[in-house]
Write a new protein. Sequence first.
Length: 334
Amino acid sequence: MSVFAAIVDGGSLSAAGRRLNVPLATVSRKLADLEAHLKTLLITRSTRRLVLTDAGRDYLAACRQILEQVDEAERAASGAYANVRGQLVIAAPIVLGRLHLVPVVAAFLEQHPEVVIQLRLGDRNVNLIEEHVDVALRIGTLPDSSLVATQVGSIRRVVCASPDYLHQFGTPCTPADLAAHRCITFDGLEAASAWTFAGHGREKHASIRSRLTVSTADAAIAASLLGLGLTRVLSYQVGDALRDGRLIRVLADDEPTAVPANLIYPGQGRLPMKTRAFIDFAVVRIRERLEALDDARLLRSDASSARTASPMPATSVQGPRRRPQRPAPTTVTK
């Protein structure tokens, strides 16, 4: 059953072999033995992909229930509900995880020597149940599900540029001014032809002129630091650069509504002690780190740095001080 579930989750026999650390031949033989035992075809194989048959879909659902019950029994027998120990699997976006989750994980491991953490960083939303993830740090509004969510902060889309760029080309006062500026776009966030801003209860689109399009936020930030133009990224990605003045935040009053960042975890059944201990430890620490990004100093453009000799006047843009609320854990149910 575990081999069959791993094949489906991995999308191929070779991926299942890597996940289970067994040879491809072993995975293929076990699947063939299972289908022979059941006297039915579970997966239709082609050169490009594997497709579950109707029988395979029904059998997979039953397998997941049985495997979860076995896992629950093993956790209870090993003392997972009484002691903070064992492997903890955590998922998070790449940059947010690197900047703000890794330090928290390191501090947690110092306090709990019997815990081993597998930190999976990636910019796709994992399925916690199917991929056996204990906790995930996720950005954005959550769909209805049986997961429990605890908000740890808010994330904003911010426009920024280097002081040198603003000195040479001026500071945009409104989103419409962006059409006359050089922009650096990150194709993982928005389109290369327009950026979205808040506008009297509804979104408004501002046309931009992209001089450079990159595939990662880090590259967009690096280009902006070199003075190539204005870029738009997520607030946590440029927190340090804004704090030390290497980048200046502009158009803060026009930013779209912030989106929540949540720690999410399964809401069914008892939580193992390792999971509960990590959530209790991490929530306050991640919240403090993300709140620091909303410091009023980071919502201002530096007028002295942004003075310009160009025809476009430099303007100091200051947004209101924003402090996110500290909500209690929320269960999101169907």
